[in-house]
Design a protein around this ligand. Structure first.
Ligand code: HEC
Length: 135
């Protein structure tokens, strides 16, 4: 099993910790798996809460945000001048091949090609809105 899928399986097997009722939606499952994957692949450089120290820009509210616009973060020229918005499609392309998608970025290459893994991480990123990120 690939490490990422193993991580996802681990997250899914952790579901017994959630209430075993119809209250648990498929979305909850995706967010929970996405959090595990994010911790493994992204967290060492990205805080989810803007008050935490972070090497990369905080990713709270990143879905739908204009790229390179987090106040107080020193972006590369490539990202600051990109003019793109972080739609789900842009975030998929970024996770798959960030330096190919945006030559000149200072984010080290992460090559997440598995669409399911991308889906889970996206679901988690979408859950990171102001006020929930610290949870
Ligand atoms: C090795 C450190 C590192 C890892 C691992 C990493 N990033 Fe990044 N990330 C950065 C840096 C540095 C930047 C700023 C890039 C720039 O300015 O060119 C960045 C920028 C971003 C941005 C743009 C944010 C904005 O405000 O425009 C997104 C989105 C992002 N990363 C998502 C992710 C995701 C999702 C993962 C995990 C799959 C991840 N990153 C893994 C270091 C990292």
């Amino acid at each position: 099993m690939k490490p990422l899928l193993a991580a996802a399986a681990l997250a899914l097997s952790g579901l017994t910790a959630l209430p075993a009722t119809a209250d648990v939606t498929f979305e909850d499952v995706k967010i929970s798996a996405g959090q595990t994957l994010f911790e493994a692949e992204c967290r060492r450089c990205h805080a989810t809460n803007p008050t935490d120290a972070s090497y990369g820009p905080p990713l709270e509210d990143v879905v739908g945000r204009a790229a390179g616009t987090h106040a107080d973060y020193d972006y590369s020229d490539a990202l600051a001048a990109s003019g793109i918005v972080w739609t789900p499609a842009a975030l998929r392309a970024w996770m798959e091949d960030n330096d190919g998608f945006m030559p000149g970025t200072k984010m080290r290459h992460v090559g997440i090609e598995d669409r399911t893994v991308q889906d889970f991480i996206l679901a988690y990123l979408q859950s990171l809105t102001a006020g929930t990120a610290a949870q």
